[in-house]
Design a protein. Structure first.
Length: 111
């Protein structure tokens, strides 16, 4: 866990940007979407992997083990809702950033 709360928040937001944009290639962005799934590639597996990457980053940055599971589950459900057109891109991103703020608040409250 990072000792400086400001650096922790920067790392959480930065990791989100890295893994939701630059680090998410064309394969993953298409294959995780049940509406544009790649034949022979289970969309659930790809989306779960994408969500696990976010969960691992948030957990390692905060130093809170269960953040892995919470972040991964919420990220999976949020991205799936976006892919199905149930929520907008902006709502998807607001939920993701809101989660990072929640994990940050919990982590600094636990120290």
């Amino acid at each position: 866990m990072m000792n400086d709360p400001a650096l922790m928040l920067i790392a959480l937001i930065g990791a989100h940007c890295l893994f939701d944009y630059a680090g998410q290639g064309d394969f993953m962005s298409k294959a995780k979407n049940r509406t544009t799934a790649i034949p022979g590639v289970p969309w659930q597996t790809v989306l779960a992997s994408h969500a696990a990457i976010h969960g691992a980053a948030a957990s390692l940055i905060t130093g809170v083990w269960w953040v892995f599971f919470a972040e991964a589950a919420i990220h999976f459900m949020t991205d799936d809702a976006k892919c199905q057109g149930r929520i907008s891109f902006n709502a998807d991103q607001a939920i993701h950033i809101g989660c990072k703020l929640a994990w940050w608040g919990l982590a600094i409250g636990l120290t």
